[in-house]
Write a protein that binds this ligand. Structure first.
Ligand SMILES: [Zn+2]
Length: 469
């Protein structure tokens, strides 16, 4: 079924590739491991992103930046560069929906990572990101154009404007006090090239409605990390996405007042009965309006004592002082041994599962922070074993991390699954993450639009830089 007639179009695809091939700069070329007109990956275990069961012994033919053929009986074109990947698994490139280009250190400092974030995302298999809240939108605009032109290695970017919120102590956010001010922020940044906005915990219902209306008029969308506005209020105000899942929904807190963020709703939610009619009604409303939710399990896990396993590659990527902050925060979490964080993580997993069972569209993202422990890319990979722990199957977890993200971005026809005709965004993993979930970290090659990048080299070049640049 996967062997397709688009093979007939191969010569056309090849000439198009020759015309469009980006000229890589000296910042990119050393990391390009595979860049041939036709590439055939053979003998792979394939998890294709559609939710279908893994398939053994598959061949994937890539040309012109796109997937040309996939299947067990695909003929390898003459002259193709053949890579025998026996013992490897291939998944679609991951689509990270909450993937900032900045990092919040364990001590609470926000650092724009123009150098390390794009390289770590790409190295980890994340071929597309939505930045979902920016502290420096112009950095992202410039970074995106550098990546698109081949000057810098990195993922495809969907840029988000500044966080839009009410009065708030954080300086890097756009603090609006009226719906008119909110409209001005949206109007300015859409002109500059931003396609998504993120509203934050202090927004009012009227301001959110103004952001959504202005964004929609300009072809942009709005997601939110909410608190002052509950999920159902946000749906009514026209929001297009909800970040963090249940743990950012304040509407079940009996103390909740309109347009105010209640203090103790995390505890309320950690004890919530997900089968209670009000919770089911809320989920149904989100599902009925086809509003996607982004889960960020890796960032919640970092508040749970002694989790995740301390990874040497994470410590190596951090700047020395930032590494000390991470280790100090981790020791403090272990010492406090507060059971709330573990309960919240489990409740969020249960909610994610219930949301998908109810027909909801769930995507995933890293949110690089979490006591400093969730790094760009590495944290996206960590979501995989956490989704399995939640109760999803391996094909479902990969689907959430890839195809569902593409759907949220309105790009499911272009990327997100390993399907002929789509962009050749592929993650090559040494091992079998179905049998051994931790193998998800053993990424060797990442294809973005048919060009294969060397994961280890990209990770090597950012050593000691997370927290600095
Ligand atoms: Zn965030």
């Amino acid at each position: 079924m996967r062997v397709i007639a688009s093979f007939l179009l191969l010569p056309l695809a090849l000439s198009a590739a020759a015309a469009q091939a980006p000229s890589f700069s000296e910042n990119v070329r050393p990391y390009v491991a595979v860049d041939a007109p036709v590439v055939a990956l053979t003998h792979v275990k394939l998890i294709d992103g559609t939710g279908a069961a893994p398939a053994e012994n598959q061949t994937i033919v890539i040309a012109g930046g796109k997937i040309q053929a996939v299947g067990a009986n695909v003929a390898v074109p003459a002259g193709a560069k053949v890579m025998d990947l026996t013992g490897h698994t291939v998944t679609p490139g991951f689509v990270g929906l909450h993937n900032h280009t900045f990092y919040t250190t364990a001590a609470g400092r926000r650092v724009q990572l123009n150098f390390s974030a794009p390289r770590l995302y790409l190295a980890s298999g994340v071929t597309t990101i939505r930045t979902t809240g920016s502290i420096s939108p112009y950095s992202e605009i410039t970074l995106k154009s550098q990546i698109d032109s081949g000057a810098v290695p990195g993922p495809r970017m969907y840029i988000t404007g500044p966080y839009i919120t009410g009065p708030d102590a954080t300086m890097e956010r756009a603090h609006v006090r009226t719906p008119e001010a909110a409209r001005r922020v949206v109007s300015y940044w859409t002109e500059e090239g931003v396609t998504w906005f993120k509203v934050y915990t202090g927004i009012t219902r009227a301001e959110l409605a103004a952001v959504a209306d202005e964004a929609h008029q300009r072809g942009a969308k709005v997601t939110g990390h909410l608190c002052s506005v509950g999920f159902r209020e946000a749906v009514a105000a026209g929001i297009d996405g909800l970040e963090h899942g249940l743990m950012a929904n304040s509407e079940f807190d009996p103390e909740k007042k309109p347009d105010e963020c209640p203090r103790g709703f995390a505890r309320v939610n950690s004890e919530l009965d997900l089968n209670q009619p009000e919770v089911r009604a809320s989920t149904k409303e989100v599902v009925d309006h086809q509003i996607p939710i982004t889960t960020t399990l890796a960032v919640y896990e970092a508040s749970v004592p002694n989790r995740p396993p301390l990874a040497q590659r994470m410590l190596d990527a951090l700047a020395p002082d930032v590494r000390e902050e991470v280790l100090t925060a981790r020791a403090r979490v272990a010492q406090n041994n507060n059971p709330l964080a573990a309960r919240m993580l489990r409740k969020e997993m249960d909610f994610d599962l219930a949301f998908v069972k109810a027909g909801g569209l769930l995507g995933a993202g890293v949110d690089p922070t979490g006591n400093g422990g969730a790094l760009p890319g590495f944290g996206d990979q960590r979501n995989y074993p956490l989704l399995l722990e939640a109760g999803f199957t391996a094909p479902q977890a990969i689907q959430i991390m890839s195809a569902n993200g593409a759907k949220v971005l309105g790009a499911a026809d272009r990327f997100g699954t390993v399907t002929p005709g789509k962009l050749a965004d592929l993650v090559v993993i040494q091992g079998d993450p179905v049998a051994t979930p931790a193998d998800i970290e053993k990424v060797t090659l990442v294809f973005k639009e048919g060009v294969g990048y060397d994961s280890a080299k990209l990770i090597e070049v950012v050593k000691g830089m997370v927290g600095v640049r």
